[in-house]
Design a protein around this ligand. Sequence first.
Ligand code: COA
Length: 285
Amino acid sequence: MSNQYFAIDLSSNLCARFATIVFTGTEGNVAGKYHMIKKGADDEWNHSSDRLELGENEVHIWRASLDQNAKVIANLASLLSQDEYERAVKYYHVLNRDRFIVGRGVLRKIISAYLSLSPSDLRFTYNEFGKPAVSNDQNGLAINFNLSHSAELALYAVTRSRVVGIDIEYIREDFATLEIAEHFFSKDEVAALKSLPMDQRTTGFFNCWARKESFIKAKGIGVSYPLNRFTVSLAPTEPAALLNFDDEGEVAQWKMFELRPGAGYAAALIISDPPVILKQFHWNE
Ligand SMILES: CC(C)(COP(=O)(O)OP(=O)(O)OC[C@H]1O[C@@H](n2cnc3c(N)ncnc32)[C@H](O)[C@@H]1OP(=O)(O)O)[C@@H](O)C(=O)NCCC(=O)NCCS
């Protein structure tokens, strides 16, 4: 494993710091990387570039705060398409509306930077279950992406050709009940959860939830997917992994990572065709 920390400017108003983590084996835990980003300990590694390169064997993870100031929100709102704008105005609460605007606006900024397009010119298509993708005619790099948002944070995964799913969950003690686990989790997952010490149960629950969601989001078929027919790891002491699936041959085709976007959140990424190099960025306007 090798680590580098530095910062780049993608354009006059898209700035990122990121950490590079190269995974060649089975280790799946990227614990602590965001912590280092947050501390700003990477300043001496600052570099500038006009263009962001996405290698064929890479997946880039972007983290963004959805709570931005009015000027940033207005700027991002101006990038949205008509259908995104119509979705935004349907939100009753201003906070949720603004978070949606930021989530989509930042998505446009990130994806368009890879494709050297204007953010507002980018067009998304959707599969029948709502998974967004870059319109084929604009996607010379075969970019695939997925995003997730919870409370104040959004995560974006961007890759080339591979299939990807990402999920972030704000940890809520009151939601992490055995009753809910028994409804959504596989038998093996429920057993693993029950075997955890009480003080690890909430984390284990949300590890499981985020990992399962990342997989169904990679699959792109949403709620119709049979959640109890596959099993993920969940113990805080174990690496993230897809442990079993109806189609045994499929398990080896995926690589799951635990992501640590910040205190109070659980998050996971799953990507097809490992090995893959994972790089993490924090988005700043
Ligand atoms: C979209 C879905 C797949 C995830 O929703 P969610 O966890 O509430 O929300 P997230 O923030 O993680 O993801 C939403 C984003 O995923 C993307 N998305 C939408 N439909 C998608 C799909 N079918 N597959 C993958 N990604 C999808 C969108 O970009 C969306 O964001 P945006 O429209 O605001 O830009 C949801 O429809 C779903 O099916 N959830 C399953 C719920 C469940 O039973 N979970 C149990 C887990 S154990």
